[in-house]
Design a protein around this ligand. Sequence first.
Ligand code: RB5
Length: 143
Amino acid sequence: MKLAIGSDHAAFELKNHLAARLREAGHEVVDLGTRSPESCDYPDYARPVAETVARGEAEFGIVVCGTGIGVSIVANKVPGVRAARCLCEYDARYARLHNDANVLALGARVTGTGLAEAIVDVFLSTEFEGGRHARRVAKIEPA
Ligand code: RB5
């Protein structure tokens, strides 16, 4: 599938690791930066990822910062985006099953590499359940 990914400096290494791993798994990954470990501002990288998903140019986005909080706040400002900061596989599973989340937010300073990989795998492989959850998700966007 086509994915967009971005991070700030705090998550530079984890973002690069996840992008490489996803490419090895056969996904098309658009890496929207950051491109170095130099200090930078997370909105500059989270917003382009969210906008890429909102335009339908990527099926899912992955945004990463130190905590995952800043990038999730930014991504959720973009209409059509439902970003979920996930700390465990359970979060990832239900973010997809019940919330139809289309952007995954991770915190490189709170989530280790192995767990981040597992969270990504669950997020990308879990289908939205629909039904009553579709009605609820439809109520999220302001009228
Ligand atoms: C950067 O130090 C840090 O504030 C950022 O990565 C993120 O955690 C913000 O929410």
